[in-house]
Design a protein around this ligand. Sequence first.
Ligand SMILES: CC(C)(COP(=O)(O)OP(=O)(O)OC[C@H]1O[C@@H](n2cnc3c(N)ncnc32)[C@H](O)[C@@H]1OP(=O)(O)O)[C@@H](O)C(=O)NCCC(=O)NCCS
Length: 384
Amino acid sequence: MRETWVAGAAMNRFGKMAETGREAGARVALEALDRAGVEPKRLGLTIVSNAFGIAEHQAHVGPLLNTALGIPEVPSFTVESACSSSSAALHEAFVHVAGGFSEAVLVVGFEKLSHLDTLAATSYFATGADYTFESQNGATFPGLYATIANAHSQKYGTTPEQLGAVAVKNHANGARNPHAHFQKEISLATYLASPMVASPLRLYDCCPFSDGAAAVVVVAREALPRPAAEPLVIRASARAGDIGDIHDRESLTSLSATRRAADAAFQRAGIERREVQFLEVHDCFTIAEIVALEDLGFFPAGAAAKAGADGTTARDGRLPVNPSGGLKAKGHPVSASGAAQVVEVFEQMNALAGTRQVPHAEVALTHNVGATGSSCSVHLFSRR
Ligand SMILES: CC(C)(COP(=O)(O)OP(=O)(O)OC[C@H]1O[C@@H](n2cnc3c(N)ncnc32)[C@H](O)[C@@H]1OP(=O)(O)O)[C@@H](O)C(=O)NCCC(=O)NCCS
């Protein structure tokens, strides 16, 4: 396999977009290409993620995006893997470039649902779960993750205050991120007073519905002799799957796809967990961050809930987690989220993260989950 780099990455401010998803996708793609110093015509392939494009009456968006970039002749395809769509697209880009099929591949993820109300957006999102056994029977994602939170609480004694500590930390990070949907700090008291959505998950346990777009330029090392920015080396790109329905799984308190993807990534990269200096993990709900940290192997089962409350995972803690604000505060435009995690790693490693800069940014991990963990991507990056 060839050494494969992220040469550039860019995103817009998540939240509410006036423009269409594909317009935003083209804009961030040009920004990422500019950061990389790669001309669009150098691309061998574009991989697009837009899981809920149907909300904008648009599928098969790749050729439209390439036309906007001035490269209609370049092939494209769409990757859909629910909330892990653009990290799955990144995996495909990695395979193409590392395998020698392309010199440079563009990954673009975007989503626009702000024109829908909460009920309609919830129904669209629920199509990422199992319609027959879950969504048709009223199980929404807040409900499914509440089931996980209740099981975690019963098994390990996880408290509302520990869930709240994750929300407080991620909002504090988001407040320093100009790309974030929510740029406001919250206190634990605000968290505890917020409305219940699906017990025990409150408003501030949940990621919001966000519009947004993010893009990543993946290149072979030899294709980029003089990079415009400091590229990231993709040390490993691993994916894993699991049973779709949580009621059929062995455990409600652990996502086995995360464990398998993480083990494969660390083995392929030859990196030890103690070498990782910061993480962007999939915190669609606060409980998801806690479970992710345990399944990724950074904390024993039942021990990660304390890490938010005691400051271990704060921006200036021993292991900064979600310095971007995570899905919780930065926002979660489903198909842009995996690519946006890479934007955060790119900005941290290029010292472009301003007041949210973590002290050591040499080795990082991204973790992106589809649905309740039936799909998972783990990527490891280091500075060149
Ligand atoms: C939590 C949730 C139910 C809130 O929806 P809602 O009650 O209709 O909230 P509204 O959109 O009416 O917003 C009400 C206020 O709360 C804020 N808000 C909405 N969602 C928020 C969230 N997740 N976190 C913090 N604040 C939020 C809004 O900005 C608004 O603030 P304002 O009054 O100051 O303008 C909704 O955001 C949700 O379902 N999130 C989960 C999405 C999801 O499942 N994603 C897939 C994950 S796998």
